[in-house]
Structures are given as C-alpha cells and as structure tokens.
Design a protein around this ligand. Structure first.
Ligand code: X2X
Length: 486
C-alpha cells in the first residue's frame, strides 16, 4: 500500500512537472484539431460549437473561442457583420466576407476572409499569429494547430519616425522605381498615414555607391530597401547564386529557388546579418548590348569593353569570355555609354527601355545568362520596433508591390502569364507589352542564340562555377539544384 502511494506520488510529481513546464505563467496554450469539437485550453478539454476547418488551403479557427481564451473582449455587430476584439491597446475589427482586418486603424490583409459556420466566426489562424503576435504550431499529421499566446494585455508604446528612408538604385521612371513607390504608397494607405516611407532614388543616400546598400541597411542608417541582389552580393556571398552564369535560365526556376529551400537559406542568412527580407521583386534576366557587332559566341566578345556592376563574379565571367570588363556604378554608366567609354553593357529589358539603350548600342543578345532578383527588405533594427500589426501591413504591401513589379519586369517575356496578372489582379494594361518588339522597333538588332551558340557560352564559363560555388556555399548551391528539380 505504502509502495503504491509512493508510486502515485512520483507519477503526480512527474505530471505536475510536465504541466507546469508546458504552460508558462502569463501564457495560454490552445490546441484544436481540424474537424474535431474537442479542444484544449492549457490541457483542459472544452467542446467547440464549430470546429476548425480548412478553406482554400488555410486553417480557419473559431475566433471568439481564441479571443476569450486569451482574455480579450469579443463583440458582434449583427447589422455590420463585424466581430470586435479588444485586448489591452489592441482594438481590432473583422468583417465577415472581407479580407481586410482593421487593427488600431491599420489594415492587415487576410488570405481567406472570415466566414460564419454553425453560428460561429472562423478566421485564418495565420492572422492570429501575424497580427496578434501569437505563436502557432501546425502538425500536418494530426491536423492539429496549437496557439500559444500571452495573456498579458498588450501595451502599445510605439511612436513612428516622421520619415523612414528607402534605398533604390534606379530612378522613379523604371518599373523597379515604380514598384518602390507603390510599396511606400500601399504602406501609407494601409497604416492610415502613420508610416511614411520615402524612396531615395538613384542611390542618393549612398552617394551613388550602389554596392553599399546592404551594409547601410543592416546598420540601420537606411530603413527600407528595394534593390538588386547583385548590389548586395559583395556582402552576402550566397546571393552570387543568382549570378552563376547560365544556371537558372527560366522564370519557373527563379520562382522555385526564391520560394524553395535555397531561398530560405539565403533569407535566413540575410536576417542574421541584420536585413529582414519581406518579398522578392525582379530586375530581370540580364541581356547583353554593345555598339560594335552582333555577339553570338564568346569569340565575338574578344577585345570589347563592357561596363559591369562592381561585383567580383561579373569581372570573372567576362574575363573567362575573353572580354574586358570595367566595374562602374549605374550613376556613371549612362555617361560612359554616351561618351563611348565602354563598348557595351548588360541589363534587363526593364532597364534598357527607360535608358533608351538604342541611342548608344545597336546590338542586343538575348542570352539570359543571369537573373537579377530584387529584395524588398528592412533593417532589422527598424523592423523590431514595429508592433506586429504594423509589420503585417508593411509585409502585405511588400508582397503586393513585389508581385506587381515582378509582373512588369516579365511582361511579354513569359508568354501571357505576367500580362494576365497585371490585367486581372491589378487592372492594368501597360503601354509596352512586347518589350523585345519595342526595342527592335527602335532600330536595334536582336540576336537570339541557337542551342549550339549558347552551349559555347556555357562551356566557356565553367571555371566560374569551380571558383564561386565554395564562396556561395555548396549546401546552398545543392539546395538550389534540388529546388529546380535537378
Ligand atoms: O547597375 C545596374 O546595372 C543595375 C541598375 O542593373 C543594378 O542596380 C544591378
């Protein structure tokens, strides 16, 4: 008997130990399973009227149940079909059927709008994480979602700066520049004027030194950035992955890498170095132009002088191709084209058109040798000062501006995919839909390579891989191959 009591005591102690360890003070742990009415609040079983569901690939959970478990006041306005949530300094409103949640006057976008099921409002659980700062864990095997939230009513002491700066290497007339402005405008609109981001075009905050942006943003001397991976690749070596010659080749592959394992590794690396990545944009596949002759093979490049960005891998690529490469900031490059100080350069259509490259160069080779993604990012120092619902508004806006800008950069170059995104999602039909045809109409000779000609370039640049894969990181290179299904 005594033995049994002792064993029971030990069991009770162990259980007690586990339960106190599982739930910290001032925290609530809410466990729900898709399709099940049994839920658990700090291990205590409760019965739900309306269990979580999956809708459009998102898990929706009963909102009143979560709010009240945290300690918030939930209200319902039947006429407006609005759910109210008040907790400390957080005052939020959700409307049935609307994908806009209003948090302290700031708009956060929902992937899936709230809906009523069995008389209860269900909301995407991701919103609870992103907007309310709770932690959500998803177990795909059991379809169980665990929300861990603080029960301390939040105090918002955040005071915005009068202006947040944004680095942009090109001018406001480029699609890239328009994308930056669009991001700033969306943030202003969705935060009701609270967050005012000003793009500084032409790298004016860096006195034109475009390759210094990562350093400046990581130190917090610039807040936001919409800029090229190439311009950061001297500091974040893994970004040279995108500049491996003839490695990525298709838009499909770019997207697979950006949204895949390699992309995640690069994003994590940037964040560790002080820059939070919010979305991808795109400068584009970089094409070769020059004033001397049509370029079809590496031998056509011999003796020609090309302006490249001040990033060492570009010097290496052009050297292996037998050309003469000089690195120059973009701000000086156009003058160099005008004065004929260089014979050629490489840039995507989205840059070639606004600078009217046909004024200086007659020949354009479509060789798609490297892709140039843009990073929509923010200094970690700036980011960490924003409350979660402002972070969410800024990130939503970055994703939207990035998607628009990417579609602009790709329009007419990926069949109708991007043209349709612009038309259907953004209600826009840009003036120039066929960028290649437009450049041709300006008198340029456009050279498309045969597979054999392209192979000559591929063969000639193999030594770049030997040197640069170890610098990029072989693990990231291998992850990228896997992302592309190679
Ligand atoms: O400098 C360039 O060539 C540009 C504008 O494309 C970049 O910023 C990488």
């Amino acid at each position: 008997m005594k033995k049994l009591v002792a064993v029971l005591l030990v069991v009770a102690m162990v259980l007690g130990f586990f339960s106190t360890r599982a739930v910290a003070a001032n925290e609530v742990v809410i466990k729900m399973t898709v399709g099940s009415k049994d839920a658990f609040v700090n291990g205590k079983k409760v019965t739900l009227d309306s269990p979580p569901i999956i809708d459009n690939g998102r898990t929706l959970v009963p909102f009143r149940f979560i709010g009240e478990s945290i300690g918030a006041k939930i209200s319902w306005d039947a006429t407006k079909k609005e759910v109210g949530y008040v907790f400390g300094d957080i005052n939020l409103t959700l409307t049935i059927g609307s994908n806009k949640a209003v948090v302290n006057n700031v708009i956060n976008m929902l992937d899936v709008p709230p809906k009523i099921v069995s008389g209860r409002t269900l909301v995407p659980v991701r919103f609870v994480t992103e907007t309310l700062g709770a932690k959500v864990n998803w177990d795909a095997n059991t379809k169980t979602v665990t929300v861990t939230a603080s029960t301390v009513p939040p105090k918002i002491t955040f005071k915005p700066k009068a202006e947040y700066t944004m680095q942009v290497n090109v001018g406001p007339a480029f699609d890239w520049g328009k994308g930056a402005q669009k991001w700033a405008d969306l943030v202003k609109e969705r935060t009701n004027g609270l967050i005012n981001i000003k793009p500084y075009f032409g790298s004016s905050l860096l006195a034109g030194k475009q390759t210094n942006w990562f350093q400046a943003v990581s130190e917090g001397s610039i807040d936001f950035v919409m800029d090229s991976t190439i311009n950061a690749s001297g500091v974040v070596q893994s970004l040279n992955l995108f500049s491996l010659p003839f490695f990525i080749n298709t838009y499909e592959n770019v997207d697979k890498i950006e949204n895949g394992t390699a992309g995640k590794m690069i994003i994590d690396q940037m964040e560790k170095m002080g820059v939070v990545h919010l979305a991808w944009g795109e400068n584009g596949f970089r094409e070769l132009t020059n004033s001397k002759r049509p370029i079809r093979t590496p031998s056509d490049m011999k003796g020609l002088k090309f302006r490249v960005v001040g990033s060492p891998i570009f010097i290496d690529i052009f050297k292996t191709l037998g050309a003469d490469a000089v690195s120059m900031n973009w701000g000086d490059a156009v003058t160099a084209f005008q004065q004929g100080a260089v014979d050629g350069q490489e840039n995507p259509y989205g840059v070639l058109i606004p600078v009217q490259i046909w004024q200086y160069h007659k020949y354009l080779t479509n060789w798609n040798y490297v892709i140039d993604p843009l990073i929509l990012g923010v200094s970690k120092q700036t980011w960490d000062k924003f409350p979660p619902y402002i972070q969410k508004a800024i990130k939503d806006s970055a994703l939207e501006a990035g998607e628009w800008e990417k579609a602009m950069a790709r329009r007419g170059l990926d069949g109708f995919t991007s043209i349709n995104i612009l038309k259907n999602k953004f209600g826009e039909t840009p003036q120039i839909l066929d960028m290649v045809g437009y450049v041709r109409s300006k008198g340029m000779q456009i050279i498309d390579l045969t597979p054999e000609e392209r192979q000559e370039f591929i063969n000639a640049t193999q030594s770049v891989y030997d040197k640069w894969i170890p610098i990029i990181g072989r693990d990231i290179y291998n992850a990228a191959l896997k992302d592309m299904g190679k």
